[in-house]
Design a protein around this ligand. Structure first.
Ligand code: AMP
Ligand code: MG
Length: 489
C-alpha cells in the first residue's frame, strides 16, 4: 500500500539519520485507532484501519515508506549525551495533511536501531496507551502536541521489571527535530550540518523568518516565542512534562515525549511526579526556567550563525533568552486572567491572581475544580458551595472573593458570558493520574480496553460539563492517589 509519503528529512545528508528496517512481530493486533486524525492526514481511514495491525506494527511497511532513525544528542537532567537518537522509533516519512502541512509519521517501539545503546528498542503497551491518551487529551485542551494515530499490540512480551505486553505507537508530529538535533551537530563542530538543519526547520516551521537579515537569530526568537506559549499553556492546565531534557523539546513548539508526565490534582507549585526526577528539576513551577535553560543550549548551537563576532552573538542571544521568561510570565498571567473571568488584565490583577494561588496552595485546593467552581460562582454569586468545599475552613477565601467580585464590576462581560467564557478555558476533565493508571492497568493486565475508551471519549470534550461523567472530574480519594509516574519504556 502507498500512503503518499514525502521524504524531506530523508533528503537531508546521510549523517542526519540511519536507515533501519523494523523487527517483525508475532501477532500484531490493532488496539486503538484515531479515525479523525487519519482523515486529517488525508488518508482513507477505513482502508488504513483494515491494514493497521500489519502496517503500523512494522511487519509490512507502506510501500512508499523510507524508514530511518533520526540522529540527535541531548542534555538529560543536565548531563550532555552526544549521541542519543531514535533508539526505538523509526520515521516512515511525512504526509501532507488536509491543510497542506507536512506531518511526520513515526512508529515507536519497533525494535533496535543503531541508536539503541543498551535498550531493546521496544515499548510496553501501558506507556504507549498513556502517550496516546495524554497527547489526545492535550490536543482536545487546545495545546500544541504530537498526536497519536494508533497503538498496535505486538503479541510479544517486553521485559521490564516484569514481562509486559509489547506495543507500537504511531506518532504524528509537525516534525521530530529537537533542540538535541542541533546539539548533535554542534558537538561535532559540524557547522555545515547546522546550516542545513537551520534551513530545513525554517522552511518547514518558520518560513516567515527566511528573509530576515539574521535568520538564525530570528529563528531563535520564533522558537522561544512558541515555547513561551507552550509552557504557559501547560501551566494553565496544571500539566507537568516530567522530562524536559533538550532531546524532548521540539523545535516546532509541540509538546513531545509523554513519559512520566502528569497533571496535578491539588495545587502545589513544587509538584513533581516523575520517579526519575529526584531533585525536582522538572517540577511544575520550574518549567519556565528549565525551558529557558534548554533554549540557551539551542542558542549556543546557533551562535556562529548569529554573528561571526562571538561576543556580539552571545549578547543578542542573551537578550532573547532573557525576554523569554518575561514572555512566559505574560502569557501565563493572561491565561490566568481569563481563568478568573477577566477579558483583559489591569493594574492589581497580578496580585489578585497571586493571592488566589497562595490560598489554593494553603488549602490544598484542587487546581482544576477551583477554576471550574469559580465559573459557577461567576454565573451566580450565590453559588459558592463548591468553592467553599474545595477550600475548607481556615483559608482566607471570603476576602479574596470580595475583591474578585469588586474587580469583576469593571470587567465588561455579562455574568452569563463571563461564566461561559470561563468554562471554555477551564477544563472540567483532565487526565487524572488515578483514572489514567486504572485504564492502563485494565488494558495491560486484563486486556480490557473499556475503561481506556471511556476515559478517552471523556477527555476529548474537556471543557463540556458532561454531568453523566461527573465522577471523572473528581480528584482521587486518598487511597487512589498516584504519587509517582514512571518513565515510559
Ligand atoms: P526518552 O526518555 O524516551 O526521551 O528517551 C531517551 C533516549 O533513550 C532516546 O534516545 C530513546 O530513543 C532511548 N530509548 C528509550 N527507551 C529505549 C528502549 N527501550 N530501547 C532503546 N532505546 C531507548
Ligand atoms: Mg525522548
Amino acid at each position: 500500500m502507498q500512503l503518499g509519503f514525502e521524504h524531506s528529512y530523508f533528503a537531508l545528508p546521510a549523517s542526519f539519520y540511519a536507515r533501519v528496517s523494523p523487527a517483525t512481530v508475532a501477532n500484531p493486533r490493532l488496539i486503538v485507532f484515531n479515525r479523525q486524525l487519519a482523515a486529517e492526514l488525508g488518508l482513507d481511514a477505513e482502508a488504513i484501519e483494515q491494514s493497521a495491525a500489519v502496517m503500523l506494527s512494522g511487519n509490512q511497511l507502506p510501500d512508499d515508506a523510507t524508514p530511518i532513525a533520526m540522529a540527535y544528542a541531548g542534555h538529560q537532567f543536565g548531563g550532555f549525551v552526544p549521541r542519543l537518537g531514535d533508539g526505538r522509533a523509526i520515521l516512515l516519512g511525512e504526509l501532507r495533511d488536509r491543510e497542506g502541512v507536512l506531518r511526520d509519521v513515526q512508529l515507536k517501539g519497533v525494535g533496535p536501531t543503531p541508536f539503541s545503546r543498551n535498550g531493546d528498542g521496544l515499548a510496553a503497551l501501558g506507556p504507549m496507551l498513556r502517550e496516546y491518551l495524554i497527547s489526545e487529551a492535550m490536543y482536545a485542551l487546545g495545546i500544541p502536541t504530537t498526536r497519536s494515530l494508533a497503538v498496535v499490540a505486538t503479541g510479544e512480551e517486553v521485559f521490564r521489571d516484569r514481562p509486559l505486553p509489547g506495543a507500537v505507537l504511531t506518532r504524528v508530529a509537525a516534525s521530530h527535530v529537537r533542540v538535541g538535533t542541533f546539539q548533535y551537530f554542534a558537538a561535532q563542530g559540524n557547522e555545515q550540518a547546522i546550516r542545513e538543519l537551520l534551513d530545513y526547520v525554517i522552511a518547514r516551521h518558520y518560513p516567515q523568518v527566511r528573509d530576515d537579515t539574521v535568520p538564525a537569530l530570528a529563528l531563535l526568537k520564533a522558537v522561544a516565542e512558541r515555547q513561551a506559549a507552550l509552557i504557559a499553556d501547560w501551566m494553565r492546565v496544571g500539566f507537568i512534562h516530567g522530562v524536559m531534557n533538550t532531546d524532548n523539546m521540539a523545535i516546532s513548539g509541540e509538546t513531545i515525549d509523554y513519559g512520566p508526565c502528569a497533571f496535578m490534582d491539588e495545587y502545589d507549585p513544587g509538584t513533581v511526579f516523575s520517579s526519575i526526577d529526584r531533585g525536582g528539576r522538572y517540577a511544575y513551577v520550574n518549567q519556565p526556567a528549565i525551558a529557558q535553560w534548554n533554549l540557551s543550549r539551542f542558542a549556543e548551537t546557533l551562535l556562529p550563525l548569529i554573528d561571526t563576532d562571538s561576543e556580539r552573538a552571545v549578547s543578542v542571544a542573551t537578550q532573547v533568552l532573557q525576554s523569554f521568561l518575561v514572555q512566559v510570565n505574560t502569557n501565563f498571567l493572561a491565561a490566568m486572567g481569563q481563568k478568573i473571568g477577566l477579558v483583559a488584565l489591569a493594574d492589581g490583577d497580578m496580585e489578585l491572581i497571586g493571592r488566589l494561588l497562595t490560598a489554593m496552595h494553603a488549602a490544598h485546593a484542587d487546581f482544576t475544580l477551583t477554576f471550574r467552581a469559580l465559573a459557577d460562582a461567576a454565573a451566580d454569586p450565590n453559588d459558592q458551595q463548591a468553592l467553599r468545599g474545595l477550600f475548607g475552613e481556615g483559608v482566607d477565601l471570603p476576602d479574596w472573593l470580595r475583591d474578585w467580585r469588586a474587580r469583576l464590576a469593571s470587567d465588561p462581560q455579562t455574568a452569563a458570558d463571563r461564566a461561559a467564557n470561563m468554562r471554555r478555558v477551564n477544563p472540567a476533565f483532565i487526565p487524572r493520574n488515578h483514572r489514567v493508571e486504572a485504564a492502563l492497568n485494565a488494558a495491560s493486565d486484563h486486556g480490557d480496553m473499556a475503561p481506556f475508551n471511556k476515559l478517552l471519549a471523556i477527555l476529548q470534550r474537556p471543557y463540556e460539563s458532561q454531568p453523566e461523567n461527573a465522577e471523572y472530574a473528581l480528584p482521587p480519594q486518598p487511597a487512589e492517589r498516584v504519587l509517582a509516574t514512571f518513565c515510559g519504556t
